[in-house]
Write a protein that binds this ligand. Structure first.
Ligand code: FES
Length: 275
């Protein structure tokens, strides 16, 4: 028996936004879908989004899923999380954000949150006529033939979730959970990701800027903002602006939001300071 949070159980027994959004002609609105997984493999999710074309904003979201308790709860959580969001901000949602919204998921069920993030990305990219990053990854060589998972996809999930073992990778994307012949290849990918890659200063600044761009919409929604001031070795100076500069919890924003994200996405040794 899995140890599910109250939120997971609540959304499983009383799922919100289950169903579909029909393709009705409505002025200024577009309906798009993102579909991932396959019923043959055990889990599948079809996410429906209604988008306000003028505001580039999601105004409604529904889901249809074939899967377990956590698949239903993750899909339901995702629809609640994206409603009302601008598309760029919705694209910033990670699978870990979905799991956090649910008060956590058992490690063995994290692949349900990955499925939600991929369906969201697929729907928005399809609306924009682009190819989702995870689909480009699917074009690489297969690492796990049992579950049709590429090395690039394993690399991405290892990076985004800081995974350190093949067992964890299995819980996120199922790779390695069949015949097991790919387990050593998964270990090699993990090792290559964990090897510190020295960054040039220009690369470091570029990655920091990209990471800050991902945080900015959340701060701006609360009337704040952040800008990069300087980078010296592992010390990153930022300027908190607007509401963030005067907010009582600016230190928490600096450390728990900005520093945590930069450490995760750029370098684990970074220290963020406000100027
Ligand atoms: S090839 Fe990955 S489990 Fe079989």
């Amino acid at each position: 028996m899995w140890n599910y949070s109250e939120k997971v159980l609540d959304l499983f027994y009383h799922p919100l936004n289950q169903g579909e959004i029909k393709d009705e002609q409505e002025s200024g609105m577009a309906v798009v879908r993102g579909e991932v997984g396959s019923i043959a493999c055990g889990d599948a999710l079809r996410l429906h989004l209604k988008i306000d074309v003028t505001g580039d904003r999601i105004i409604d979201a529904k889901f249809q899923t074939f899967g377990c308790t956590s698949a239903i709860a993750s899909s339901s959580a995702l629809t609640e999380m994206v409603k009302g969001l601008e598309l760029d901000r919705a694209l910033g949602i990670t699978n870990r954000d979905i799991a956090n919204y649910l008060g956590g998921l058992p490690e063995q069920k994290m692949h349900c949150s990955v499925m939600g993030q991929e369906a969201l990305e697929k729907a928005i990219y399809s609306y924009r006529g682009l190819t989702p990053a995870h689909e480009e990854e699917e074009e690489g060589a297969l690492l796990c033939t049992c579950f049709a998972v590429t090395a690039n996809r394993v690399k991405r999930v290892v990076q985004e979730n800081r995974l350190t073992s093949a067992e964890e990778v299995m819980r996120y994307v199922k790779a390695g959970g069949g015949c097991g012949t790919c387990l050593s290849a998964i270990d090699e990918v993990i090792e290559s990701v964990l090897q510190p890659q020295p960054l040039t200063t220009v690369q470091k600044i570029g990655k920091i800027e990209t990471s800050l761009d991902g945080i900015r919409p959340y701060l701006q929604a609360d009337g704040g903002d952040v800008e990069l001031f300087d980078v010296e070795g592992d010390r990153v100076s930022v300027r908190l602006k607007g509401a963030c500069g005067s907010c009582a919890s600016s230190l928490a924003t600096l450390k728990d939001v900005i520093e945590e994200r930069l450490r995760r996405e750029v370098l684990p040794s970074l220290v963020v300071e406000a100027v």
